[in-house]
Design a protein around this ligand. Structure first.
Ligand code: FAD
Ligand code: FES
Ligand code: FES
Length: 467
């Protein structure tokens, strides 16, 4: 029997909700239902961080707090979590005291978001560098104070250890029960297992799957779409599993960017560098590798690298499972090889051979919190090169003609890029810029393969090393 409610903690206090509108965001719940208006609404699309709250989870038995954007966090994602907002801090939290002392707030609109991001950093009880704090705060925008005093305050607050917290109450909320709230026309479903997910999605193939909601949230807040039937993936335990085996990584589709960081780092430093460039801390705490693939975006950041590495994906529909190469999943703009009722369950990424060389680059107007204009990945292995690009075509795509032309030399390969791709001009970049950039990235990858130091090829190498 499915449970017909969601349960979570609000700063340690249990909350049970039986009547939850499927599309309700956490921000609307806090501000409109609870009248807790300390959490601010700025952009309402995950960019500014004014709505940041701390989301507590039990991970490997430990209590972990991460910053999330309440504006694109849906209520259905909250079961088994703890929410802490700025109202839950008493005004004397080390982060708040330091922000006041360093005059790190002027109009104050952004301040609750900064406080909550820094609260989650403080909870980690780890030493931080200035660059580390900057990276942590990349998803929080302040338009009047300037970041120097905010970062000074953060560094000072980190000298005080966090108060001990008890994980027991949150641990007690973890269960293996499916959730179903509503009726066949409009519902929140939150299956707890892969079998339950397969069953309900096969019954309602037109329902919307929600993983991290960093895309789906915007369909609600910006595109004003009506999504009456939502199936949440974040309680499906098999989708949260990540196994680092001798042959490669097996990544559950619901693994977040943040959770994948360590394994990606071990796979190759460029994979970690790529993850750090995705959105902000808040986006990476919610967005999933499966969502980044399944959304079929031509400018998603992980698919080009995963294609170059030879990744495969597992899809499941009902009791049937199939596996295909990731590069074959993307058919055309907005069209993937996925049947109604079928979902992405796992991603397999082979290890990189010690003799191979791998390079991945993201080019965007800003370093943090920006979408790629071009994303290129290059894998030079014994069985031939594998090159893939994002932002150059209607899908993430392999550069097969370029790969073949490399045997004839650099000039032939550079010319072949124009046969592989006819990029578009849009607000991020012109077609000419994209093609020129793709050529430059290919040259750079070849120079790095041939031994040129990263400090010579990468303008941002110094910062990347600090991160
Ligand atoms: C502020 C901001 C910054 C961003 N920056 C970047 C960036 O730098 N780089 C980048 O690549 N992206 C970026 N994104 C886009 C977004 O974070 C990613 O595309 C993300 O990977 C989507 O994952 P999700 O788990 O949030 O997906 P959701 O929003 O939950 O879902 C996205 C789509 O995939 C479907 N889906 C999800 N999981 C599955 C599954 N297992 N099987 C089948 N279908 C599924 C959903 O139904 C939906 O259609 C940004 C988004 C925001 C809001
Ligand atoms: S309001 Fe801007 S990130 Fe939520
Ligand atoms: S203090 Fe005004 S936006 Fe930051």
């Amino acid at each position: 029997m499915a449970r017909a409610c969601i349960r979570f903690l609000r700063n340690g206090e249990p909350v049970t909700l039986t009547d939850v509108p499927p599309m309700q965001t956490l921000l609307d719940y806090l501000r409109l239902t609870q009248r807790k208006t300390g959490t601010k609404e700025g952009c309402n699309e995950g960019d500014c961080g004014a709505c940041t709250v701390a989301l507590g989870s039990i991970r490997n038995g430990a209590l972990v707090y991460e910053p999330v954007n309440a504006c694109i966090q849906l209520m259905g994602q909250l079961d088994g979590k703890e929410i802490i907002t700025v109202e839950d801090l008493d005004g004397n939290h080390p982060v708040q005291t330091a922000l006041v002392k360093h005059h790190a707030s002027q109009c104050g609109f952004c301040t609750p978001g900064f406080v909550m991001s820094l609260f989650t950093l403080h909870e980690k009880a780890a030493k931080q560098t200035r660059a580390g704090v900057n990276e942590y705060l990349a998803g929080n925008l302040c338009r009047c104070t300037g970041y120097r005093p905010i970062v000074d305050a953060a560094l000072e607050a980190l000298n005080t250890p966090p108060a001990p917290r008890d994980a027991a109450a949150l641990a007690a909320l973890q269960d293996a029960q499916d959730i179903f709230i509503g009726d066949d026309e409009s519902f929140i479903a939150s299956p707890a297992s892969l079998d339950s997910l397969a069953e309900i999605y096969e019954s309602f193939p037109d329902a919307t799957l929600v993983a991290g909601a960093t895309d789906v949230g915007l369909w609600i807040t910006k595109q004003m779409r009506t999504l009456p039937r939502l199936i949440f993936l974040n309680r499906v335990r098999e989708l949260q599993a990540l196994h680092d085996g001798p042959d490669g990584l097996e990544i559950g589709a619901g693994v977040t960017y943040e959770q994948a960081e360590e394994a990606f780092s071990a796979l190759h430093p460029d994979m970690a560098r790529l993850l750090w460039r995705i959105g902000s801390k808040q986006v990476r705490a919610s967005g999933t590798i499966g969502g980044n693939i399944a959304n079929g975006s031509p400018i998603g950041d992980t698919p080009p690298a995963l294609i170059a590495l030879g990744a495969t994906i597992e899809l499941r529909k009902g009791s049937h499972t199939r596996r295909l190469k990731l590069e074959d999943f993307f058919i055309a703009y907005g069209k993937q090889d996925r049947q109604p009722g079928e979902f992405v369950s796992r991603i397999f990424v082979p290890k990189i051979n010690a003799k191979a060389s791998f390079h991945a680059y993201k080019i965007s107007k800003r370093f943090d919190q920006d979408i790629s204009a071009v994303c290129g990945a290059f894998h030079f292995a014994a069985d031939g090169p594998r090159i893939a690009f994002g932002g150059m075509a209607a899908t993430p795509k392999r550069a097969r003609k370029t790969e073949a032309a490399l045997a004839q030399g650099l000039e032939a390969a550079l010319a072949a890029l124009a046969e592989d791709f006819t990029p578009l001009s849009d607000m991020r970049a012109s077609a000419e810029y994209r093609l020129e950039t793709a050529r430059a990235l290919l040259k750079k990858a070849l120079m790095e393969r041939d031994g040129l130091a990263l400090t010579q090829t990468r303008v941002l190498a110094a910062r990347e090393v600090v991160l």
